[in-house]
Design a protein around this ligand. Structure first.
Ligand SMILES: C[S@@+](CC[C@H](N)C(=O)[O-])C[C@H]1O[C@@H](n2cnc3c(N)ncnc32)[C@H](O)[C@@H]1O
Length: 296
């Protein structure tokens, strides 16, 4: 299954100045200023604004609930680790619920209020209690230290700048118990046809007889290592009436060694890197990169 995910809002039209590394002293000043006041400097906006999954929450489960490749891997880690697991970017609780059903105690961190609403709806549906706090990987704070911290299914692809990436990884490192590990997966960027409206077989049927066809249009900004995916969700009612919803998702992709350096800079040892959840090597055809890192 294609491992892309989700939606970006542009609260200032084309995006607020998030600073973020370019523009020298002036750029930094504007970053400091912009990041406090959420101002727009279109000519100085080299990075996408932080992602907000609120608008995508209603279709997230439809799109990704059938993705199960990672579930047993994370459940096995949780079982071996014992103790409470910290999950970064828990979303609508796809992994949280699976781990909870298998007896793990999980604390989920999720910035989107609507994704948390989705997780609580899942909990009610499945008769589970899920604990989620609204925070980002950068801002989450607790006195608790965790033997296992996970960030499944590309959650780190919403950290766009080196400053955001380091802040998140350092904060995760700070919440790791001695000897604990941080485990996450990222998709390996294999790009399909860019700038072309595609239908990749994603059609969802609902009991009232309507169907949603998901079309996508992707753009690759290579210098920024950013893929923007625009989703066109076409819902056809039983009477043939068509309604289109539009969502935009911006993801920052990583190379393997870039991530290794980031981890080292944030206080982790050299990670174990595999190209599958079963532990195979990372090779050209791998679809995911799985990182397992302990504190240095
Ligand atoms: C592709 S979804 C994955 C959700 C869930 N882990 C799963 O496997 O279904 C990425 C999630 O990361 C969250 N996210 C975005 N920015 C984040 C940040 N800075 N810190 C933590 N989570 C973030 C999003 O709100 C979203 O729920």
């Amino acid at each position: 299954m294609r491992a892309v995910g989700l939606l970006t809002l542009y609260p200032c039209g084309r995006g607020p100045a998030e600073g973020r590394g370019e523009g020298g002293f002036l750029g930094q000043m504007l970053y400091e200023w912009g990041s406090k006041g959420r101002l727009c400097f279109d000519s100085l906006t080299p990075y996408p604004p932080p992602v907000n999954y609120d608008d995508l929450a209603p279709i997230y489960d439809q799109q990704y609930d059938s993705y199960r490749d990672d579930l047993h891997f994370y459940a096995g880690l949780a079982e071996r680790a014992g103790g409470r697991v910290l999950e970064i970017g828990a979303g609508t609780g796809r992994v949280t619920a699976f781990l909870t059903r298998r007896g793990a105690a999980v604390l989920g961190v999720e910035p989107s209020g609507e994704m948390i609403v989705g997780a609580q709806a899942r909990a009610a549906r499945e008769g589970l209690t899920l604990e989620l706090v609204q925070a980002t990987a950068q801002t989450f704070a607790s006195d608790e230290r965790f033997g296992l911290i996970i960030a499944p299914f590309n959650a780190l692809m919403h950290l766009y700048t080196p400053a955001e990436q380091l802040a998140a990884l350092q904060n995760i490192r700070a919440h790791l118990a001695p000897g604990g590990q941080f485990v996450f997966d990222l998709y390996v960027p294999h790009f399909g046809a860019m700038n072309t409206l595609r239908h990749e077989g994603e059609t969802f049927h609902v009991p009232d007889g309507s169907r949603t066809d998901l079309f996508l249009l992707q753009r690759h900004d290579a210098p920024r290592q950013v893929i923007t995916t625009e989703y066109f969700a076409d819902t056809t009612a039983p009477d043939g009436a068509l309604r289109r919803a539009h969502h935009t998702l911006t993801q920052r992709y990583y190379t393997r060694f870039e991530m290794e350096w980031l981890l080292r800079c944030a206080g982790f040892e050299a990670p174990r890197v595999t190209g599958s959840f079963q532990g195979g090597p990372l090779v050209e055809t791998s679809e995911v990169m799985v990182f397992q890192a302990r504190g240095a």
